[in-house]
Design a protein around this ligand. Structure first.
Ligand code: NAD
Ligand code: IPM
Ligand code: MN
Length: 353
């Protein structure tokens, strides 16, 4: 049978509660679709590991992960014990950069059976992709604090965008738009206020558009774009954004579909020089950890995206169908208005498979 080698990193908080449900779904899919997963559980890349060892990951982390076909990731962060910039730059953000996962693909969809916080929306009205630049942009460690501790304290934090980096994410987004029926791409920008990088980003979008004349392109300043996500979500099909804008839009989009507990993501190195990483959009949710009430769908859908990337399209489709069925009929976790536990919902999805 087809064999896929997967590193399994639950991480912190509800990452540890939703990961078993993704593995349950993968197990069921494996039995039905005739592929095999070789799972390597990994306890590092977590704040628990940091507290024990003083580091987020062992020195040979890259060698350990390099030969994997994919990384399945829960969530990292436990700000009560480890500052977020230490835990995240020491794990997830390092993976994205060092494995050149330059695409962060984040689907947003309103499902049957999930109450929509926006009035008058039904399934089908909200169904789009956020394509987020994932290795550069506003996320940098370039800069510093000067005159620290004085009244003249100054902080500088650079944004870095490269033609290579912008063009490859724009190209990916145009390709996604071209493969979908609506032939529409929305570009997040802020070229009025962020007067250097954002007009430049718009220019790169225009240059790439020349190769895709069949796609209708619309640019939106990020401020009004957030308003349009709420007021007119039906107008979006593929939305491409810089690292920070994409981060914000990919929490806002899922919130418009009821809960961020549904939102999956694929951190892709499309050329497969390095393993890609699949994880929910949400974090470790310390506020609900330990109660077994986290919605497992974001994690399970992320696992399905992983199978799709590995060529297991039928298994992906079946998991999505099982998710749709359980969202429509229940059981549902509290963020969906239900009373089910994480385990009950995960078991129902695996059973529907
Ligand atoms: P969060 O996504 O963890 O939680 C935000 C809110 O959404 C909380 O009220 C939480 O209870 C709720 N929520 C999140 N996932 C849910 C789920 N599956 N089911 C039901 N409710 C859910 O964001 P935060 O509170 O800003 O961050 C908490 C920690 O997670 C921080 O350390 C942060 O840095 C980290 N974080 C990590 C990732 C990641 O690993 N990819 C992503 C975001 C945040
Ligand atoms: C995400 C998260 C991360 C990000 C954090 C945890 C660094 O919010 O995956 O969306 O900002 O990219
Ligand atoms: Mn985020």
């Amino acid at each position: 049978p087809r064999l896929h080698r997967i590193a399994v990193i639950p991480g912190d908080g509800i990452g540890q509660e939703v990961m078993p449900e993704a593995l349950r779904a993968l197990q069921a899919a494996q039995a039905r679709f005739g592929f095999q997963l070789d799972l390597t559980p990994i306890g590092w890349a977590s704040c628990g590991h940091y507290v024990k060892t003083g580091e987020m990951m062992p020195a040979d982390w890259k060698a350990q992960l390099q030969g994997m076909d994919a990384i399945l990731f829960g969530a990292v962060g436990w700000p009560a014990t480890v500052p977020d910039h230490i835990s995240l730059w020491g794990s997830l953000l390092k993976f994205r950069r060092e494995f050149d996962q330059y695409i962060n693909l984040r689907p947003v969809r309103l499902f049957e059976g999930v109450p929509c916080p926006l009035a008058g929306r039904k399934p089908g009205d909200i169904d789009f992709l956020v394509v987020r630049e994932n290795t550069e942009g506003e996320y940098t460690n370039l800069g510093g604090v000067m005159y620290a501790g004085t009244e003249r304290e100054i902080v500088v934090q650079e944004t870095v965008m490269s033609r290579f980096g912008a063009d490859r994410v724009l190209k990916f987004a145009f390709e996604q738009a071209a493969a979908r029926p609506r032939k529409k791409l929305d570009v997040a920008t802020k070229s009025n206020g962020i007067a250097i990088s954002m007009p430049w980003w718009d220019g790169r979008a225009d240059a790439m558009h020349k190769h895709y004349p069949q796609i209708a392109v619309e640019k939106h300043h990020i401020d009004i774009l957030t308003a349009r996500f709420v007021l007119q979500p039906q107008r979006f099909d593929v939305v491409v954004a810089s690292n920070l804008f994409g981060d914000i839009l990919s929490d806002l989009g899922p919130a418009c579909t009821g809960t961020i507990g549904l939102a999956p993501s694929a951190n892709l190195n499309p050329e497969r020089q390095f393993p890609s990483l699949f994880e929910p959009v949400h974090g470790s949710a310390p506020d609900i950890f330990g109660q077994n009430i986290a919605n497992p769908v974001a994690m399970i859908w992320s696992a399905a995206m992983m199978l799709q990337f590995l060529g297991e399209q039928a298994a992906h489709d079946a998991i999505l169908k099982a998710i749709e069925q359980v969202l429509a009929q229940g059981p549902r976790t509290p963020d969906l208005g239900g009373q089910a536990s994480t385990t009950e919902m995960g078991q129902a999805i695996a059973a529907a498979l």
